[in-house]
Design a protein around this ligand. Structure first.
Ligand code: TXA
Ligand code: MG
Length: 422
């Protein structure tokens, strides 16, 4: 685990950090504050604004976002140490200022992406689930930059994306059951966690030192073209700042990561809208994260019920089973109220289905995930609608009840994370 003074990989930038420290000290409010910082009156480059923590439940890496009053571009910083104990002495500014190229999908973009990946660069590209931020899976330095660009806690392992089964078997060992699942659902929104092969080229940094590797073949022509042009495995978490909702449009990626990555390949809106389902191919197959492929469909192929992970998986910081389960992984700025039966004045409503809730007329904004109550449509709209409602800075976002079946399991999982008190 990184210690308080140790920069995350790729994040070095003493000047602004020490200025902040000096200024803070001179005000007599030292770095010993026990609370996350808010309403701080300065930021690097002399901006003023509010600083809020975005990822408060990750023990050793806290992302701060400075929201300037006067300047439209927010700034980010990663503080290391427990969120409750974070002080400005822990601040390490994230390197920004890269020129981010945005290319429309096509052969030229696929080739540019492959070249960029090959030289250790970072490329955002669409998959059928959400946009991913890709780096060469075998290049530890590139992966360090990827963690830095996302402000992501370094213990969180990544999914290796490959173009075909041969690519998957070069990095992971597939027993008969894993092979059956791969054949049934790949390409598609299923990630399989399997033991690494001998000599697996995926960098240890990408697997967080585990002896397993998470693999998937995405079902998206743009992702496939990039993976084929590149030739090797590409690790890709969702292309958002850690703690923000996952991107379903290239514009979402740009709003989080422009200036921090090399290239965004714009392939239009994604189809599924929630991340892949993650299945641990352990002795007992285990659903590590509900996602774009429903539990029911996997169980039908396995002919058996899937085990659930231990209830507290991911709630401590020691090698969680699937750290994506960290309680507040997805976080709009507004607080989120689930299972709403009514709307309070000033709340925004995230609706589902045709019902009209009491108080609807006083809502600050209303978006419907699926007026007809279709769960696939709701999944595709989930992150985009959350972002849109959040952008209006409502008092809170009230969310109507979503049934816990099919993709509803993944939707409710994401909504529960978004609702974790921050
Ligand atoms: O749909 C998706 O899966 C998207 C697109 C871009 O492919 N990717 C994505 O990646 O959601 P990310 O990094 O946000 O989530 C990866 C999840 C994390 O929860 C991580 O802990 C888990 O995969 N994971 C990766 N390797 C693992 C391993 N060896 N064992 C258990 N969990 C693992
Ligand atoms: Mg993610």
């Amino acid at each position: 685990m990184p210690r308080a003074q140790t920069p995350l990989p790729g994040q070095i930038g003493r000047g602004p950090a020490s200025k902040i420290v000096a200024k803070r000290r001179s005000r007599g409010v030292g770095g010993r504050s026990a609370k996350p910082l808010e309403n701080v009156n300065f930021w690097k480059n002399g901006r003023s604004g509010r600083i809020r923590t975005c990822d408060p439940c990750v023990p050793n890496a806290v992302l701060y976002r400075a929201e300037p009053h006067s300047d439209k571009r927010p700034a980010y910083s990663v503080g290391l140490g427990a969120p409750q104990a974070a002080g400005l002495r822990n601040f390490i500014p994230v390197k920004t200022g890269l020129e981010t190229l945005i290319l429309p999908a096509g052969q030229a973009a696929a080739e540019a992406a492959a070249r960029t990946l090959g030289t250790g660069g970072l490329v955002a590209f669409p998959t059928e689930t959400v946009y991913g931020l890709g780096a060469d899976a075998a290049n530890a330095t590139a992966i360090a930059h990827l963690y830095a660009a996302k402000g992501r806690p370094a213990f969180n392992p990544l999914i290796a994306h490959v173009a075909d089964l041969a690519g998957a078997q070069a990095i992971g060992r597939f027993d008969a059951r894993a092979l059956k699942l791969a054949e049934a659902f790949w390409p598609g929104p299923l990630t399989l966690v399997v033991p690494k092969t001998e000599g697996c080229p995926v960098a240890d940094l990408a697997t967080a030192g585990l002896d397993t590797v998470a693999i998937r073949i995405p079902a998206h022509p743009v992702a496939e073209a990039i993976l084929r042009a590149f030739g090797g495995a590409v690790v890709a978490p969702s292309a958002n700042i850690s703690g923000h909702v996952s991107p379903t449009l290239a514009a979402h990626v740009a709003s989080d990561l422009a200036g921090r990555i090399d290239l965004i390949v714009d392939g239009g809106p994604v189809e599924v809208g929630v991340e892949s389902t993650i299945l641990g191919c352990f002795d007992t197959p285990m659903l590590l994260r509900p996602g774009g492929l429903s539990r029911e469909r996997i169980e039908a192929v396995l002919g058996a019920a899937l085990a659930r992970p231990p209830v507290d998986a991911g709630s401590d910081d020691s090698q969680p089973l699937a750290p994506g389960m960290l309680a507040s992984h997805y976080a709009p700025r507004a607080s989120v109220r689930l299972d709403a039966q009514d709307v309070a004045p000033g709340e925004a409503l995230l609706a589902f289905g045709p019902a009209r809730l009491p108080g609807l007329d006083a809502a600050s904004a209303v978006m419907n995930l699926s007026p007809s109550g279709d769960l696939d449509e709701a999944a595709a709209n989930l992150f985009g609608h959350l972002r849109s409602l959040d952008a209006g800075a409502p008092r809170a976002i009230a969310v109507m009840r979503i049934p816990e079946q099919d993709l509803g399991e993944a939707i409710n999982d994401r909504l529960r994370r978004a609702a974790v008190a921050r």
